[in-house]
Design a protein around this ligand. Structure first.
Ligand code: SF4
Ligand code: SF4
Length: 266
């Protein structure tokens, strides 16, 4: 039986950025907020960074309180999903008047009802494409004016999210995962910290030997101190060094002879 992903790649009409869609989400619709219930919202590192900042909490607190991280033996790395309320199955941020974190809502919420399929090892004939999800619960299809996919993505503020998620996407699609059986618990923890626990990663940078080991220019160090986007950029770069053994970080000459364990763990 085909997986959902295979079915999408095989069966769904493929939309280009210039194709029109006619869709309008509106508070007046009888379906208003029904899509914010009993749904799997996978969070990206940038989603977590935006949401924890909007809520004024530490990333670890946000993750503990609002997310689940299912990890089965079939997965190469853990995913982070919004935790729906156990009793009502509602998203923790939905209210009667809509999304209480609307300005910082996750990538997946911005995209809906558009989806994007990214065949692995894409070829010119089989590259990433958008598709429209038509679900019975959603009554916004056919309403409003026609817009191109490109216009819809811009209206939803997705350009910034795409740019901020680019290095994470590269990380997930890396060929390393094709060969790797399973990450050791220690490496899984590194992955989770660098991708999602940004405040913990900041402490790792500033409160361990990290800055003694790696050459990072001063302006960047100062930016990383307060700017989560800069920190995330460094986190992705370090993860490629630490997990894939890529030369994405420059080790200070004085510690070049250090044991790999010391270098990778600050
Ligand atoms: S984050 Fe907002 S838009 Fe997304 S499911 Fe929750 S309430 Fe709905
Ligand atoms: S179900 Fe569709 S139209 Fe209704 S609130 Fe959700 S996205 Fe909007």
């Amino acid at each position: 039986m085909a997986t959902t992903e295979q079915a999408i790649i095989r069966d769904y009409p493929r939309l280009s950025l210039d194709d029109p869609i006619t869709f309008q989400c509106d508070q007046a619709l009888d379906c208003f907020t029904t899509c914010c219930r009993d749904v799997s919202i996978v969070l990206t590192p940038y989603d977590v960074a935006r949401l924890k900042k909007a809520l004024g909490v530490d990333s670890s607190e946000f993750l503990d309180k609002h997310t689940i991280s299912p990890f089965t033996k079939d997965q190469k790395f853990p995913a982070v999903l919004l935790r729906m309320d156990q009793a009502t199955k509602k998203c923790p941020f939905v209210t009667e008047t809509g999304c209480s974190v609307y300005a910082n809502r996750p990538w997946a919420c911005r995209m809906y009802p558009l989806g994007v399929a990214e065949p692995r090892n894409a070829t010119p004939a089989d590259r990433a494409f958008h598709f429209l999800l038509r679900e019975d619960i959603c009554h916004g299809h056919g309403l409003g004016r026609a817009r191109t996919v490109r216009e819809y993505l811009a209206e939803q503020g997705l350009e910034e999210y795409e740019a901020m998620n680019a290095s994470f996407k590269e990380l997930m699609l890396h060929e390393f995962w094709d060969q790797e059986e399973a990450l050791a618990p220690e490496k899984l923890d590194m992955y989770y910290m660098a991708c999602f626990e940004l405040d913990r990663f900041r402490r790792f940078v500033f409160e361990t030997r990290f800055l003694e080991l790696f050459e990072i220019d001063e302006a960047r160090v100062e930016a990383v101190r307060t700017d989560d986007a800069e920190l995330l950029d460094l986190a992705m770069q370090w993860l490629r060094f630490a997990l894939f053994r890529e030369k994405t970080m420059k080790i200070k000459p004085s510690v070049v002879e250090a044991k790999p364990r010391e270098i990778h763990h600050g």
